[in-house]
Every structure is written in structure tokens, then in C-alpha cells.
Design a protein around this ligand. Sequence first.
Ligand SMILES: *Cc1c(COP(=O)(O)O)cnc(C)c1O
Length: 359
Amino acid sequence: MSRAFNFCAGPAALPEAVLQQAQADLVDWQRRGCSIMEMSHRGADFVAIAERAEQDLRDLLAIPDNYKVLFLQGGATQQFAQVPMNLLGGKASADYICTGVWSEKAIAEAKKFAQVNVAATDVANHFRAVPDVSTWQLDNHAAYLHYTPNETIHGVEFDFIPSVDVPLVADYSSSILSEPLDVSKFGLIYAGAQKNIGPAGIVVVIVREDLLGRYAAGMPTIMDYAVAAKNGSMYNTPPTYSWYLSGLVFQWLKAQGGLEAIAALNARKAAKLYGAIDASGFYANPVAIANRSRMNVPFTLADARLEATFLQEAEAQHLLNLAGHRSVGGMRASIYNAVPEAAVDALIDFMADFERRHG
Ligand SMILES: *Cc1c(COP(=O)(O)O)cnc(C)c1O
């Protein structure tokens, strides 16, 4: 067996050590005679797995005690609705910052529940930068401000945490756990697991306790954060196997030295790849330097007709999933926590060789 280098944007690469652990545990977990997938979520074994995962996540992010951690289903996309449903609290409007496709989707969904004020958007600039804060048209009466710290498709990342008077809500799906984070600055953070946490099927929500229970009457029980919190994310059957695998990733992150260590590695990986792109006359990345994503690196080739050849040759060298998102085209290398530095080195070597032969 040989593992390829996988640059998929999501579901994304998982640490090989985690997959091996899962394989060893798969059929007969700790001599219980069954797999984790076949256990009651209310049994002592699974409850211990779930609690350890939460504690490890709390340790990694230094999550303050007045925040609940929820493990839910429905992905980040469900949060586009669940956030306004839970956080409007009788207010009519919410502020959104628009820096790419995922912001746009969050905004479109929120419009079903709230008057959405797009306080700033980079759409006219084709989503290549975070709009300067001095231009933001914030509303002091907004229920919250929502933004997307890392736009997975356009490769645009905030280089700061906005400072606002209303609760701050962030879709951290593609950059959570990539560096240390001051959770106390946020009202709510959510992140679909399949980029930087674990497999698809689970979404992590970190919410400040005072924001729970603010919803209007009539909300479906399953959408209520307060119900999920009260029931330890087990109001109904949770995605037990995804929860377990996410827990293994948290353990792996701790073993790597935690988020300080992983952040240094991520910075080095990104600097190398952007450096190679910028040094060539053949590859280009259009994003403002300060807002270049450390996780998702889109790039174009000088001649777009070479794209299919580039992808074919890359795949032949076990460099997988380098096509850009279908909405923007070009190439994209996603270099999340679990993508090793050796993968970035191999990609850079391949890109240089490709340029020599085709440039
Ligand atoms: C992938 C992604 C989503 C959508 O996630 P799903 O789990 O498929 O709903 C939302 N926001 C961001 C920033 C993403 O990267």
C-alpha cells in the first residue's frame, strides 16, 4: 500500500497515524467484541470517548468554561440556518461580512430568518482580499456579526479577529485548529469536521452560554442549541464514529505539540508554496498577500489549456485533488494540518518540473 499526497479541500486528508489507529480498533474495540459503530451512544464506553474528545478539544483551544462545545450533524451548511434561528433573540437584523462563496451562502440562508446587513463585501474585487475595517458599515443593533475567517474556495483568510460590540460568529470550517485561537472573543464558532477536524458527518459548535435559549417559539427541537447543550449533544443519536475519529485527531494534534507547533508548521508549508508560486512566472495567486490563506492555496497556470495535463501528471505522481473549485476553476492545493510538509515539498518539485517542461 502507498498513501498518496492528498490536497483535497474536503473531505480532506486525515493523519495517517489516526487512520492506522482506527484500523486497529475497527472490528473489536478494546476487546469489547464489537466496533465503536455498533455501541450504544449512551453506554459508558462511548460516553468516555465523547467526553475525552471534548476535553482534548477544550485543551487544544483553551476554551473557557462559560462556553459549551456541541457535536452536531448537518454540516456547516445547517449552521447557516441554525445560527440565525438561535441567535436573533427577538432582534430583526444581523451583520455579515462577505469574503467569498461560503459567506454568500451563509448570507442567503440568513435572509430567510433575518434582515441581513452586508456590512462589507469584496465581491467587486472578485474576493481577493478582506475589506478594510474602516469601510465596514456595522449596525450596533444587529443580533450578531457573522464572518468566514478562511474562505476555502477563494483562499482568503482574515489576518485579524474583528472587534465588535455585538456577539461575533465565525464559520471556522476550514481553519479551526490550524493555530491558537482566543475563543473568548467569540459568541459562537462553528466548523464542519471534514476539513481540519475529522471525517464528514459532524460539525463542532462552540457557543457562549449566555447566547443559549434566545430563540423565538416554534423552533424545531433538533435545531435548538440549548437542547443539544443540555443533553451533551445526545438529544438524539450523534454521529458516533465521526465523533470518535475527531477525538483521535485531537489526540494526534496534542502529540504534535498542540496548536503552537502545528501553527509554525502550517506557516512554513504555506510560505514555501506561495514562495514557489511567486518566484515563478508561470503560476500565480491573486489574493492580497496579507489575506492569503494558510490552508487553501488557489493558483492559476499561465496557460489555462495546460490545466488538464497538469492534473493528469500530478495524479500520476500521487499528488491528488489539485483542481480548483468548480465555481472558480484553476488549481487549489489544500494544505490542512494533516497534509505533511513532505507533500508540499513534493508538490513544489512537481510544479517546477512541470513549468520546465511546459512553461
Ligand atoms: C466546506 C465549507 C462549508 C460547507 O460545509 P458542509 O459541511 O458541507 O455543509 C461551509 N463553510 C466553509 C468555510 C467551508 O469550507
